[in-house]
Design a protein around this ligand. Sequence first.
Ligand code: 8GT
Ligand code: MG
Length: 136
Amino acid sequence: MPEAKQVHVAVAVVINTTAQVLISKRAEHQHQGGLWEFPGGKVEAGETLLSALDRELHEELNLHVDSAEPLLSVSHNYGDKQVLLDVWQVTRFHGEVQANEGQQWLWADITKLQSLDFPAANVPILEVVEKLLARG
Ligand SMILES: Nc1nc2c([nH]c(=O)n2[C@@H]2O[C@H](COP(=O)(O)OP(=O)(O)OP(=O)(O)O)[C@@H](O)[C@H]2O)c(=O)[nH]1
Ligand SMILES: [Mg+2]
């Protein structure tokens, strides 16, 4: 059987002025449900990564991206799904966080981050984010 098409995902790492990162919990019915994630979602046809990042962050958590820089990309095969996570650090944003999908969310410091469960594809992302948080 041919490999399933890779799903291209824009993922946002948003760090506040007190060295905490914005995370939210995936709904049980979603792929990798019940696990924590960095906000983001599928890049739509004809959309740039930055516009996907801004749209997803706004749809999910009511924030708008003012500037962002590419951090890393991760390709992962879950077996049922192949994902390409394009991870960006949001360096400037505006808005007040609001859970537009009724999801749990929080600003996590490094200790909290290390205590929570994320999808397997997030391992390299967490390494990079932990370094950014440790840097303060
Ligand atoms: N947003 C996000 N998705 C992740 C992360 N890690 C990870 O494996 N994924 C995977 O990336 C894929 C797409 O993300 P998504 O479900 O947020 O897409 P979306 O917002 O467009 O959602 P929708 O399909 O409900 O409309 C999912 O298969 C999800 O499991 C992460 O940290 N953040
Ligand atoms: Mg999403």
